[in-house]
Design a protein around this ligand. Structure first.
Ligand code: CP
Length: 301
C-alpha cells in the first residue's frame, strides 16, 4: 500500500500516487465491509468551517476502518475564547491522534499546522487553496462512470476564483490527462488559470459543447466581498446549467456538483435530479476515497 505523510493538496502528488489512491478506493467501494486497519487509533476531525459531506464522510470512513473518530467544530471549540488554530491543533496533538483532518477558512493553514504537530494532517478544504479529497472523489467518480479520465473533456462552470474544489480538480484532472475547460463570469475567473492548463470560456454554451463531464460549482458568497456578479438572477441566466443548455454537452455527459447546491442558481433542479446527475454517487464514493486516504496516512504510524 502507498504510504502518505499526510495530504495537504493535489498539487504535490505524482500521477501514480493519485491512481494508487483511486485504485484502493475502488477496491474498498466494491467491498464496503467494516475493516480494522486503524483499530486502536484516533482520527480527529477539526472543522473550523461548516461542512455536511466532508466531515460526515471522514467520520464514517474512520469508523469503517476501526478508528475512534472525534469531531471538533469551531462553534464548540476554544477558538471561541480566543485560542489560536496552532494552539488548538497542538493541544489536540498532545492527546495522540494518528491523524487530524482539518478544514479551515485560511489557505495554507493545514500546511502550517503540519509543521508543528506529530499527527498526520489531512486537508479537508483550506480557504480558496485546495480540497484534495473532493478532487480525488470527483476523479474517481468520473473514472467509474466513463472508464477513464484521460482524454475526456471536463467543463467546470461557476465561481472558479474562490473555489478550492476547482483548484484541486485542475491539478488532478490535468495530471490524469483530461482536457479541462473553465467557464464563468470574467470576475470569477482567476488571472493565470490558463497556467494550470485550463481552456477559459466567459460564455457557457461553447464551454458545454461536446463536454463529457460538466462539473458545476456554487457561488462562494462567504469568500466574496461583494460585486462579483450583478445579481443571482443574472448569474443563473448567463451561467446556470439547465435542461436547455446541457443539451450542448455529449448525449452521455455526466453532471457533477461537490455540494452544497444552490438550486435554481448554478444548477436547475431537473438537471440536479435528472438522469445525467452523478451527484449522490460522488457523495457515496467520497467515503471510499477517505477510507483509502486515511489508511495510507495513518495506517503505518
Ligand atoms: N463538498 C463539500 O466540501 O461539502 P461540505 O462543505 O458539506 O463538506
Amino acid at each position: 500500500m502507498t504510504k502518505l505523510d499526510g495530504l495537504l493538496g493535489i498539487e504535490p502528488l505524482e500521477k501514480s500516487t493519485i491512481l494508487g489512491i483511486l485504485d484502493r478506493a475502488d477496491v474498498i467501494h466494491e467491498d464496503p465491509r467494516q475493516r480494522d486497519t486503524l483499530a486502536g487509533k484516533t482520527v480527529v476531525n477539526l472543522f473550523m468551517e461548516a461542512s455536511t459531506r466532508t466531515r460526515t464522510s471522514f467520520e464514517i470512513a474512520a469508523k469503517r476502518l476501526g478508528a475512534h473518530a472525534v469531531n471538533v467544530s469551531e462553534s464548540f471549540s476554544s477558538s471561541k475564547k480566543g485560542e489560536t488554530l496552532l494552539d488548538t491543533a497542538r493541544n489536540l496533538d498532545a492527546m495522540g491522534p494518528a491523524a487530524i483532518v482539518l478544514r479551515h477558512a485560511s489557505s495554507g493553514s493545514p500546511a502550517m499546522v503540519a509543521r508543528h504537530v506529530r499527527a498526520r494532517i489531512v486537508n479537508a478544504g483550506d480557504g480558496t487553496h485546495e480540497h484534495p479529497t473532493q478532487a480525488l472523489l470527483d476523479c474517481g467518480t468520473i473514472r467509474r462512470h466513463k472508464g477513464r479520465v484521460e482524454g475526456l473533456t471536463v467543463t467546470i462552470v461557476g465561481d472558479i476564483l474562490h473555489s478550492r474544489v476547482a483548484r484541486s480538480n485542475l491539478h488532478a484532472l490535468g495530471k490524469l490527462g483530461a482536457v479541462v475547460r473553465v467557464a464563468g463570469p470574467r470576475s470569477l475567473l482567476p488571472r493565470g488559470v490558463e497556467g494550470l492548463g485550463a481552456l477559459v470560456y466567459d460564455r457557457i454554451e461553447p464551454a458545454l459543447e461536446g463536454a463529457d463531464v460538466v462539473m458545476v460549482l456554487r457561488l462562494q458568497h462567504e469568500r466574496m466581498a461583494g460585486g462579483y456578479v450583478p445579481s443571482l438572477r443574472d448569474y443563473s441566466r448567463f451561467f446556470g446549467v439547465n435542461a436547455r443548455n446541457i443539451r450542448a454537452a455529449k448525449h452521455d455527459a455526466i453532471v457533477m456538483h461537490p455540494g452544497p447546491i444552490n438550486r435554481g442558481v448554478e444548477l436547475s433542479s431537473d438537471v440536479a435530479d435528472g438522469a445525467r446527475s452523478v451527484i449522490l454517487d460522488q457523495v457515496a464514493y467520497g467515503v471510499s476515497v477517505r477510507m483509502a486516504v486515511l489508511e495510507m496516512v495513518a495506517g503505518a504510524s
